[in-house]
Design a protein. Structure first.
Length: 394
């Protein structure tokens, strides 16, 4: 009886060992999940990274493949990171951390991934971003990535479908796979990450709150900020291509204009650049972009802003009629009908008409790629935002 019982126990133990061994073999952490040009991703690393990025192992493997394809090309080409680009990226990440109650140091030290691995991800991400910005000068991102992916040796036994070319693979600029460093859009060779877009949305929301205005839905506000960025990127690229630069006098004049506009926001120029969620360097870059764009448009479209005497008189008559109707309703007169007001209105309207026409003509060659809002890859999906039209352009 005892011998029979012993045999049963032995059989149970052996069965458990077989099942456990089979399970361990299937789940072995050292097994290779994917390779790109001889570089391997093991199951243990995939598990760690998937845990750090939300738990989707397939998506994590897909981004790792894209990262290795791009990184391998960056290394082969000897790509280097410009100091200005590195500073801008780290400033945006630092601001994003601060907006979410974190610090860069705490981010690198916390979570399932070792600190060294996260810091290495950042270095590799900067190289990838530099490579992609170079590639975007002559091709759209899908075309650029497709050309590299096509010649790469990719194997992925765990997810065989990932061995096929996928031109829709997300592009990462900071730490691959980490959502804030994911590229939200590319236009005219310029890149905006989700982190930067997050900060721009928060900045817009803070401004609306300061002015006591209605807070729109998050998706609506995010879409509007994306439109603003794409328009600025396309117009700035053309201004740069035509050689427009910013002088000290240009900056001084812009600061004077900003001082008047910021009064309604309850801010001084110094406060505007120092306070808020956006890094100071990014705000200065925006201001200098606006200067270049204005100089370009004034030179290119200035003659088209002239208005005739008949147009001025017709607008003055229209304003007088509107003022009379307002007075008849018993309201306080707010509509001015003088000649200067009429000229300013006409020039303002014509300026933005020409601005839109110029933008539409440039969009065709801007190679816009926008995985967050795919309809913006078509010019009809992007309009010059009305928020840009406040005040006179001159």
């Amino acid at each position: 009886m005892r011998k029979a019982l012993a045999r049963v126990v032995v059989l149970i133990v052996l069965a458990a060992l077989v099942v456990g061994g089979a399970w361990l073999w299937m789940r072995r952490p050292w097994r290779v999940v994917a390779t790109v040009n001889g570089v391997s991703l093991t199951a243990s690393e995939l598990d760690l990274r998937a845990k750090a990025l939300g738990g989707d192992r397939r998506e994590t493997a897909r981004t790792w493949i894209a990262k290795e394809v791009l990184l391998g090309e960056a290394v082969q080409r000897g790509v280097s990171v410009a100091e200005e680009d590195e500073r801008a990226t780290t400033d945006i990440l630092a601001s994003w951390f601060a907006a979410h109650g974190m610090t860069a140091e705490s981010f690198f030290k916390e979570g399932p991934l070792p600190e060294q691995a996260r810091r290495q991800d950042l270095k590799e991400g900067l190289l990838i971003n530099a490579l992609v910005k170079e590639g975007l000068r002559t091709a759209s991102f899908p075309d650029f990535y497709h050309s590299l992916r096509d010649k790469a040796q990719v194997r992925c036994p765990e997810f065989p479908e990932l061995e096929r070319i996928d031109t829709g693979t997300p592009l990462y600029a900071g730490m691959w796979g980490w959502r804030p460093s994911r590229v939200a859009a590319v236009a005219a060779g310029q890149v905006v990450t989700a982190a930067e877009l997050d900060l721009r949305v928060q900045n817009a929301r803070d401004d609306l709150r300061r002015r006591g205005m209605v807070q729109p839905d998050e998706r609506v506000l995010r879409r509007r900020e994306m439109q603003v960025w794409i328009v600025k990127a396309v117009m700035r690229a053309e201004a740069d291509r035509r050689g427009f630069t910013v002088t000290a006098d240009d900056e001084k004049a812009r600061m004077s204009q900003m001082a008047a506009a910021l009064k309604s926001h309850g801010l001084t120029v110094a406060q505007f650049f120092k306070e808020g969620v956006l890094p100071e360097g990014l705000k200065w870059d925006d201001a200098r972009s606006a200067i270049r764009i204005d100089k370009f448009l004034e030179r290119d479209r200035g003659d088209k802003l002239n208005v005739t005497t008949q147009e001025i008189e017709a607008r003055m008559a229209e304003l007088r009629e509107r003022a009379a109707k307002e007075a008849a309703r018993g309201g306080k007169a707010k509509i001015r009908s003088d000649r200067k007001t009429a000229i300013d209105q006409l020039r303002h309207e014509r300026y933005w008409k020409e601005y839109r026409a110029m933008f539409r003509s440039l969009f065709a060659t801007a190679r816009v790629w926008c995985p967050e809002f795919p309809d913006m890859e078509n010019v009809d999906g992007v309009s010059v935002p009305l928020a840009s039209e406040k005040g006179s352009p001159r």
